[in-house]
Design a protein around this ligand. Structure first.
Ligand SMILES: [Zn+2]
Length: 230
């Protein structure tokens, strides 16, 4: 099956064919619905008049859980992504990349995780020596990047190309990737950051809006956490 959101995050509607059905779980020939993964919650929306309540990735396929049974393999369907929800998550995802990179550039911290929601986002990072009061400055710096209106470019490259263009940072990540992963989706914020990521992003940093610092926490020895809202 084909995932449409990797190169076009603005695809809100599409027509396709049902590939397989298991009770309320539906696999489509192609899908623009984002499955819950990488700290970004799944999309919701409609497949014909069926409500999509959850989307997950299972055995390499995007599975859509709908609210009732009835769809059949071979059915032609019209799909609509709940755009208000998705667009907010796109803004949060790009914002999280910007803030994570600002933190990394200033402190050398390793980014260890992130979780997005419709109300706030969390970034986890690991660093020994750091001053939590500086976080408000980092958020300010992230807003300066947003205001520059940088383009966000998406591409899919070979594993080898990703390693050579992203250098050491990516080589570390690549070690953990199964050999079967031959293609890497790359998200590049023009002249600022280039990363491997499977999520959905806005096309220009201006669309993010404005990051507001919420709070920071110490989670054990070198583990830190910061929350922000848009
Ligand atoms: Zn990402």
């Amino acid at each position: 099956m084909k995932t449409l959101y990797l190169l076009d995050c603005y695809k809100k509607e599409f027509e396709t064919t049902v590939k397989s059905v298991n009770e309320k779980f539906v696999v489509l020939e192609e899908s623009a619905f984002y499955p819950n993964s990488g700290g970004q919650p799944n999309d919701t929306g409609k497949i014909n008049d069926y409500n999509v309540v959850y989307v997950g990735k299972f055995k390499g396929e995007v599975s859509h859980e709908v609210d009732k049974e009835g769809l059949q393999p071979g059915d032609k369907v019209k799909c609509v992504v709940d755009w208000e929800r998705r667009y907010k998550l796109m803004r949060y995802h790009t914002a999280a990349h910007i803030l994570a990179n600002v933190i990394n550039k200033n402190t050398g911290a390793l980014i260890t995780g992130n979780q997005l929601s419709l109300e706030k986002a969390r970034i986890d990072f690991c660093v020994e020596d750091y001053n939590s009061e500086k976080l408000q400055e980092y958020v300010k710096e992230a807003n300066e990047i947003v205001d520059k209106g940088l383009d966000v470019k998406l591409s899919i490259v070979s594993r080898e190309e990703a390693i050579s263009s992203m250098g050491e940072q990516f080589s570390m990540l690549a070690k953990g990737l199964p050999e079967s992963v031959k293609e890497i989706r790359v998200v590049e914020i023009e002249s600022f950051a280039k990363e491997a990521c499977g999520g959905t992003h806005v096309a220009n940093t201006k669309e993010v809006g404005h990051l507001t610092f919420m709070k920071s926490q110490n989670k054990g020895k070198n583990n830190r956490r910061v929350y922000f809202s848009l």
